[in-house]
Ligand binder design. Sequence first.
Ligand SMILES: Nc1ncnc2c1ncn2[C@@H]1O[C@H](COP(=O)(O)OP(=O)(O)OP(=O)(O)O)[C@@H](O)[C@H]1O
Length: 336
Amino acid sequence: MISTANKYALKLEDVCSHVGTFELKNISFELGGGDVLSVLGPSGSGKTVLLRTIAGLIKLDSGKILLGSHRIDDYSPKDRKVGFVFQNYALFPHLDSKLNLGFPLYIRGKKKKEVYVEATNVAQELDGLPNYLEFKPSELPEGMKQLIALGREKLNECNLLLLDEPLSQLDRKLHIEMRTLLKKFITDLSKTTVAVFSDPEDAIALSNYIMILDNGEILQYGETFEVYNNPINIKVMELLSRLGLNIIDLEIVGGKIFKTFSVNLPDGLYKLCFRPEEIEVSNKGLEVISQKSYIYDSSRKIIECDFKGQVLKLLVPKSTSQKFKFVPTNPKFFNL
Ligand SMILES: Nc1ncnc2c1ncn2[C@@H]1O[C@H](COP(=O)(O)OP(=O)(O)OP(=O)(O)O)[C@@H](O)[C@H]1O
């Protein structure tokens, strides 16, 4: 017997597909049952095309897709048993929340009454939704539309869950609430999940694997924290930096930068990259004078400062004085 973990394992082998002139090129990865992969990339890099290819909405040009021990790339989208939560939720405007939620059961021939009972039961597990069961999509807050789109996949009995920017339509406060709910939902469902995110913080918070796509190709793939901490180039690091990225052009001479700090790298020209939040105020570091500051949260502020003609953004404690020294705690040096 195939264990549950293997039954939901997803493997893509050298998958190529296209829409119009856009090509998805040689995508390969392997996830165990219950793993969550986030896909990040610039706009137009092929994130949605990848999801649609896995779902069977775009045909493969070559390669294989395996779910558990089954090769599913020959299956119709329906037979793949893939749950797909679209960016715009894909709710039916003329149906109330109960029928939208229970739609997978309705199309399988269940009577409306039974659909209502099951939909109401699922709604109990989704915070706040029971109050909106009689409403149509146009009458629902964004967060509720999202919950219905997710809850529907619970009733869909899918083997694989695909999410296309599930948090993109929400304002900041709701975004954080929904992220917590989404995490719980994915964990409870325990199906292998591939999710596209535009916000690196969501991608990092929700996944154990991450893929960075650019122009239809994988730039980097691996365990989320491994990729976050060891980006292979500036582009990957930028995509994984929610507050932006500081980049300083410098030269290493005699194993030292700025004639002061020793580094274990060959001499040459480099770009030193670090995230605004990965710094420590320390009197042994680089001196800067803050020129502008913005409140970030109750205890921290973001400051902008000039460093040898380059503008840096740093996240520092609110009490930090205008002139101070700092050290990057996770600096990356990229060779030019
Ligand atoms: N049906 C289509 N016909 C022709 N080209 C398409 C079609 N769908 C997508 N494309 C093109 O394929 C490329 C990748 O699109 P895709 O929607 O996957 O990007 P994305 O990474 O999801 O971007 P975004 O973050 O903006 O949603 C884009 O250049 C897009 O214009």
